[in-house]
Design a protein around this ligand. Structure first.
Ligand code: SDX
Length: 428
């Protein structure tokens, strides 16, 4: 393969280096494009063909449905690792030894207390507030209570910031849910595992002992792993670009939470359940919703279907679909919504519109069914996505800062008015 790409403009040829990634992906390095061509830029709304960075964290192959974190397949990690191991792997690059894992968890526990004044902030929100808006605000507020910005060049400082946010974020997640339910805000227990503690903080009733259910603990641990990173998706790119201005880690994460909230992104898991509920209310009329999804005059899309990168099955969706069957069976939950989802999936997989556009179920299509079986409210589904994605956001932010990436500042093609003179109000 040639090692350069040639662009010809007005008869003049310009050569740009080709760079190849570990998995033989090829990028055209256009860093010199504007200078070499006297100001020419590329245009790529949504960055469908544009790489923002080189990264060694997550590899996706959309055509083959491959997902790997630091070289390990998502199938192996979901089956054999626990969430803290995967968090350590994504952030620091290697699976932890037993000693590292135990120290990581102990350090996270030691930093999990949230300043009690945060309760005053959460008290100010109406119960009607969407949990993602509350969580984004509380995460940004952590900056106020932890003002020292992280020195990324100090491994110790970076490590301390990582264990601090991994310790405090689950508390904010639990408090966000319980505030809406009018339940007291408390802490779990440092005697518990990371995921067990999340569940206890979320679900312990003030007048009852909380009894862990291993099925739910294992299912949530797996779901958090499956959501932990996904290369340069919308929210991760947001975390990176905010961090590229050297804004702090917590402020960058807060921005990522807001990006994830959108129904085209992480908000889809809530939108999927609302769609399935609507279909159920409609007597299970999946054909009506398939027609709406294909109608260009109808803004409705089949939520939980399609993906910017996967033009094959999302490997996470396959794992979650299997887990949904197992968890509901183990819990003895009969959920008609699961049958509607399976019916919709079969219809879409055999519909020419979806087949032609390579629209398959994505990570959000089945996850909500498991969250619901766990008793998690629908409007908390995207918060659970954020809890899983936290280590990925941290790892990507750290990589961007360690590689000393420049501040993100895209160009544009101006299509507005040419220069014109001011008109006084009398003459307008
Ligand atoms: C996540 O990027 C990531 O990695 C994200 C994520 C992660 O882990 O971070 O994987 C998590 O966000 C998963 C995606 C969750 N979103 C949804 O489920 C919402 C529904 N899906 C769509 O909105 C859409 O598929 C996107 C946003 C996910 C991807 O959109 P693209 O890549 O911009 O594709 P497109 O809009 O250009 O669609 C191509 C064609 C269009 O039709 P034509 O104009 O070619 O005729 O496919 C159609 C679209 O109208 N299409 C759909 C559809 N998705 C795409 N039609 C009906 N239903 C859908 N869901």
């Amino acid at each position: 393969m040639a090692n350069t790409a040639t662009i010809e403009i007005d008869g003049q040829k310009h050569e740009f280096p080709l760079i190849e990634g570990t998995e033989n992906e090829v990028g055209i390095d256009i860093k010199s494009l504007r200078a070499a061509t006297g100001g020419c830029i590329t245009l790529d709304p949504g960055y469908k063909n544009t790489g923002s960075c080189e990264s060694g964290i997550t590899f996706l192959d959309g055509e083959k449905g491959i997902l790997r974190y630091r070289g390990y397949s998502i199938e192996e990690l979901a089956d054999k690792a626990d969430f803290l191991e995967v968090a350590f792997l994504l952030i620091f690059g290697e699976l932890p030894t037993k000693e590292q894992h135990d120290k990581f968890h102990a350090d996270i526990k030691s930093k999990s207390i949230v300043d009690d004044d945060v309760r005053k902030i959460i008290d100010a929100f109406p119960k009607s507030a969407h949990p993602m808006g509350v969580l984004s605000s509380l995460t940004s507020a952590l900056t106020a209570f932890n003002p020292s910005s992280v020195n990324v060049d100090s491994e110790e400082d970076m490590y301390n910031s990582v264990v601090k946010i991994l310790g405090k974020f689950p508390v904010l997640v639990a408090w966000t849910m319980r505030k809406k339910q009018g339940l007291p805000l408390d802490y779990g227990s440092n005697s518990l595992g990371y995921v067990e503690n999340v569940l206890k903080m979320m679900f312990k009733q003030p007048n009852e002992e909380y009894v862990q259910n291993k099925i739910i603990v294992d299912a949530l641990d797996k779901l958090l792993i499956l959501h932990a990173d996904h290369e340069q998706n919308c929210s991760t790119s947001t975390v990176r670009i905010v961090g590229s201005s050297h804004a702090g880690l917590f402020a960058s994460l807060s921005a990522g939470i807001s990006a994830l909230w959108g129904p085209l992104h992480g908000g889809a898991n809530q939108a999927v359940l609302e769609m399935l509920e609507a279909i159920k209310e409609d007597g299970g009329d999946t054909k009506k919703y398939m027609a709406k999804a294909k109608d260009k005059n109808d803004p409705f899309r089949l939520m939980g279907f399609g993906h910017r990168v996967y033009k094959n099955f999302d490997p996470r969706a396959k794992i979650i679909k299997k887990a949904a069957d197992e968890v509901l069976a183990d819990l003895g939950v009969e959920d008609p919504i699961l049958e509607i989802a399976k019916g919709l999936e079969q219809e879409a997989l055999n519909d020419p519109y979806f087949v032609k556009r390579k629209l398959y179920p994505n990570v959000d299509f089945y996850s909500g069914i498991i969250y619901r079986a766990m008793g998690i409210p629908t409007d908390m589904f995207t918060v659970m996505f954020a809890l899983g994605r936290l280590p990925g956001w941290i790892g990507q932010w750290r990589e961007m800062r360690l590689r000393k990436e420049p501040i993100g500042r895209p160009r544009q093609l101006y299509i507005g008015e040419k220069h014109r003179m001011f008109k006084s109000v009398e003459n307008r």
